[in-house]
Design a protein around this ligand. Structure first.
Ligand code: NAP
Length: 435
């Protein structure tokens, strides 16, 4: 009997799991569900709008979605429209590819003030995620603090720093692009609680900041070590390249361009200052050139009107699914939550790695699943889900429907932008019907 598998979440981890299943389990029926009417998860809502090259992977996912036996069902929310337990009753296996959709909290005094934004919300807003379509962030600040030393911090700093001309070929939402362009931002401070060698930046992303039209990247030479010291051999090339790039930042002149992106290392945030709105950030110096974010005492206050935290994400808990609360992920052993229930991607390992990381990671979980289950039992599978959704008067968005949304968005785009995203669920559903 052929396997029936349902994958919850249509981001990279979910699609790579479907690809591996389609390759390894001949005849399997694979349903990919998403709570949004659109597929591709983080590729659509997380990848920076000016990094279109990183979105080309959707062509691979499209080939998966159109394989015999594979279906996309959008606008079906697991936990609201159908439960994980119900899916487990319908299919031989359930794979949770739900990502990590909650911002980690800073957990310092004042972090609830107006003007403190988590990167999930902020990036979701400028990328047109329907959950944030009606948000209207106040960006009236000359100085912005971006907290974190990962690629999301770089994305956020760059999107705030680029000129409208530089963003013309991006699929950023026009309302966000206009709001950013009108903001009086002059200084974007990027704070790392550890040093340049411990930062998680990849070098192409860091080095891109040397080529911005209207912003100059800066670093304090005193923050930069003479060499990278002892590091894991696999990381050596990136760390050396990052240090060289930061040296180039340190040689830049602050007045060279209208905006400045200032990198500060060994600065741990201790309090957000202000009355109701952010007016500044208090930071404590941490031990230099040590893999340790512990404070050394002594603080400095940096005035800023906006704090954007880029400090990682947690997985949204699903009823009936065990969580590893400390890590904010689904509790599993190598992706096996229980017999017949698996987790992949950020839900399994936390918010780490690039899109291609998910290919091997999801394939390894599929291997586990196939070793556990071998062949399918006699389950209702896709036909059972169709009956359940019809009884509940729910009408999933099919992949053909998505192609109509895609066509509507690409047709509406103003060149050189590749698409004009629809950001409201009702508009997406109307476009799905050809409206
Ligand atoms: P990340 O690389 O894990 O960076 C998170 C940063 O937040 C770290 O520097 C961390 O410092 C810091 N942090 C955590 N808690 C903090 C706190 N309480 N106070 C101050 N700093 C704190 O995560 P990310 O930037 O969100 O990226 C997620 C994943 O997506 C990464 O794998 C990234 O490479 C990937 N991504 C890739 C691209 C791309 O390829 N272009 C773009 C965006 C994202 P510590 O190290 O000290 O914990």
């Amino acid at each position: 009997m052929a396997l029936t598998v349902v994958i919850v979440g249509s981001g990279p981890a979910g699609f790579y799991a479907a690809e591996a299943l389609a390759r390894k389990a001949a005849g399997a029926s694979i349903d990919i569900l998403d709570r949004l009417p659109t597929p591709y998860g983080l590729v659509r809502a997380g990848v920076a709008p000016d990094h279109q090259g990183n979105k080309a992977v959707t062509r691979v996912f499209e080939r998966v979605a159109t394989r015999p036996g594979v279906r996309f069902l959008g606008d079906v929310e697991v936990g609201r429209d159908v439960s994980v337990a119900e899916l487990a009753g319908l299919y031989d296996a359930v794979i949770l590819a739900v990502g990590a959709t909650q911002d980690r909290c800073l957990g310092i005094p004042g972090d609830d003030k107006a003007g403190v934004l988590g990167s999930f919300r902020f990036v979701g807003w400028y990328n047109g995620h329907p959950d944030f379509a009606d948000r209207d962030f106040d960006l009236q600040a000359e100085s912005v603090a971006v907290i974190g030393n990962g690629n999301v911090a770089i994305d956020v700093a760059r999107v705030l720093a680029k000129t409208p001309a530089e963003m013309a070929a991006a699929d950023i939402c026009p309302h966000a692009a206009a709001r950013i362009a009108a903001a009086p931002i002059r200084d974007i401070h990027v704070f790392g609680r550890r040093g340049p060698v411990e930062a998680n930046f990849t070098n192409p992303e860091l080095a891109e900041l040397l080529r911005l039209e209207g912003a100059v990247a800066l670093a304090d030479p005193a923050d930069l070590p003479a060499d990278i010291g002892a590091v894991d051999e696999k990381a050596r090339k990136t760390k050396e390249a990052n240090l060289a790039t930061l040296r180039a930042f340190a040689a830049n002149a602050p007045e060279a361009k209208p905006k400045r992106i200032r990198f500060h290392f060994h600065r741990a945030p201790r309090a957000v200052l202000g009355t109701t709105r952010v007016e500044g950030l208090r930071l404590e110096r941490t031990r230099a050139h040590a893999n340790d974010p512990a404070g050394m005492g002594g603080t400095v206050d940096v005035p800023c009107g906006l704090v954007i935290t880029c400090i990682g994400y947690r997985c949204h808990p699903l009823p009936g699914v065990p969580m590893d609360e400390a890590r904010g992920i689904v509790a599993s052993v190598d992706g096996r939550v229980a017999q017949g229930l698996y987790a992949v991607g950020w839900a399994k390992r936390g918010p780490s790695g690039t899109i291609p990381t998910n290919r091997a990671d999801s394939a390894a979980v599929v291997d586990l699943l196939l070793a556990d289950l071998g062949s399918g039992a006699d389950r209702p599978g896709p036909a059972g889900l169709d009956r359940m959704l019809a009884e509940r008067r729910l009408h999933p968005v099919t992949f053909d429907d998505w192609k109509r949304i895609d066509a509507a968005e690409t047709t509406a785009a103003r060149a050189p932008a590749p698409r004009l995203k629809l950001t409201r669920r009702a508009d997406l559903l109307a476009a799905a019907q050809g409206g």
